[in-house]
Design a protein around this ligand. Structure first.
Ligand code: VAH
Length: 310
């Protein structure tokens, strides 16, 4: 049985829906800090849980005989800069709780999301390798980098089966992101349809690694379904989809909405974006567990606009 912590967030929502389809509604327990009125809460088992409360998580694990935990609760990069202490507390201690439950044998397998934010300004920016300089300059990036070290440590020292992916910016039409630097790439589609124009908080040429959500969910399911020996890296895997700039995504929208216009007004998030890679080398994920992305910028734009119109 599966427990998803942070099931109502940007990734959690689609992950929960997919896992319920694969493993059945009775085998997937969704949980979040708040009880929203949505499909995740209304169409399956849902529990309110505070990811910072070890006893609450342990209670759920025992009650439902949980074997696998997906820990999706976190503060993203922009929000974390505004509240460093809470971001550190949430991003680190929720991970420790889950790692410690696995250490004492209460759960069997963990998925924990890392991010391309583990890299920093001294990292090679193009085709960033799996193993390279990592000097993150954001609170979020520091928490993800530290989390990776602990995941690897718990695997080697205590045999904990933890698996992780360094997600790029994720784009989907079902749930909006909250508080990230890559959020513009979701908002731009909403504004294109609502207003025909968009003011971007990053500059025209800020190229970042991105991915359509369906690819990211498939990667998550695939790494969790892989044989343990296939998952050779126990810190976190580089994962690559599409890299584009705000001006390139605007052009791809103009193929469908010719009058769409974009303007640029970079704010504090520009500095965060400038510290991150532009493109990612994911050959280890391809080799070890057969990863391959499917969506490119234009196929994603088509799906985003068609579905948001509905
Ligand atoms: C953020 N979307 O912008 C997240 C992410 C690739 C970065 O992890 O904070």
């Amino acid at each position: 049985k599966i427990l998803i912590i942070g099931a109502c967030g940007q990734i959690g929502t689609e992950l929960t829906t997919t896992l319920r389809k694969i493993y059945g509604n009775d085998n997937v327990i969704a949980s979040d800090i708040r009880k929203l009125n949505n499909d995740i809460v209304n169409h399956g088992i849902f529990e309110v849980v505070n990811a910072l409360d070890y006893n609450q998580i342990q209670h759920l694990v025992e009650q439902y005989e949980i074997t696998d935990v997906y820990l999706m609760a976190a503060l993203l990069s922009a929000t974390a800069e505004k509240n460093p202490a809470f971001a550190w507390d949430l991003n680190m201690n929720s991970l420790f709780h889950v790692l410690n439950l696995a250490k004492v044998g209460k759960i069997k397998k963990i998925f924990w999301p890392s991010s391309i934010a583990v890299f920093g300004p001294t990292t090679p920016r193009e085709h960033t390798p799996q193993y390279t300089i990592m000097e993150p300059t954001t609170v979020y990036g520091i928490s993800k980098q530290t989390g990776e070290r602990w995941c690897e440590y718990y695997h080697h020292q205590y045999g904990v089966d933890v698996r992780s992916i360094r997600y790029p910016g994720l784009i989907s039409y079902t749930t909006e992101p909250g508080g990230g630097t890559t959020d513009y790439a979701v908002d731009i589609y909403h504004k294109a349809l609502e207003k025909g124009s968009f003011e971007c908080f990053l500059s025209a040429e800020s190229k970042l690694p991105m991915m359509y959500m369906e690819d990211a969910i498939r990667a998550t399911v695939e790494i969790m379904q892989a044989e343990s020996e296939q998952v050779k890296i126990r810190s976190s895997y580089n994962l690559s989809g599409i890299s584009f700039t705000p001006s390139e995504i605007a052009k791809s929208i103009q193929n469908y909405i010719p009058d769409f216009t974009i303007s640029y007004k970079p704010d504090f998030r520009q500095k965060i974006a400038d510290s991150w890679p532009a493109s990612i080398d994911d050959s280890c994920a391809r080799q070890d567990w057969g990863w391959k992305h499917k969506y490119d910028l234009d196929s994603m734009t088509k799906i985003m606009l068609e579905n948001l119109k509905k």
